[in-house]
Design a protein around this ligand. Structure first.
Ligand SMILES: [Zn+2]
Length: 132
């Protein structure tokens, strides 16, 4: 680790059970708890970045592959549900390209991870949720 200058010490509170788990894991791997935690954090950050860039790609692909009149096909695990709302500003339905004026009812996708905001008109949203 001597090639990494400017190392910082990270203090964080963890539950006793996690502390024990880390110590057990570290001793079974023959490494120090501090090395184990550093490795876990490094891997976890890579993992989070991969997941976020993947989900962004899925959403962009779903938009790019859409043909006019075909309707919107969301990526499978991305959308948890649709939240109905009253639009505060004009929008365009991501399903049928209908213009949705300010004050209209619309539905916005609630996604598992940060992703481009998808807006549907109510008929498109109902078509999404009622299809098997
Ligand atoms: Zn629509």
């Amino acid at each position: 680790m001597s090639d990494e200058k400017n190392e910082r010490v990270l203090h964080t509170r963890i539950p006793e059970s996690l502390d024990k788990e880390l110590k057990d894991k570290a001793s079974s791997l023959g490494m120090s708890v501090s090395n184990l935690v550093r490795n876990i954090l490094n891997n976890a950050i890579d993992l989070v970045e991969d997941v976020i860039s993947d989900s962004g790609r899925v959403a962009r692909t779903a938009r790019a592959n859409r043909q006019p009149g075909e309707g919107f096909a969301p990526g499978p695990p991305l959308i948890i549900g649709w939240q109905q709302l009253v639009l505060q500003r004009n929008a365009v339905c991501d399903g049928c390209n209908e213009i949705l004026p300010r004050g209209a009812d619309a539905a916005v996708a609630v996604t598992e991870l940060p992703s481009p905001r998808l807006i549907l008109c109510i008929p498109c949203m109902e078509a999404q949720t009622h299809e098997p």
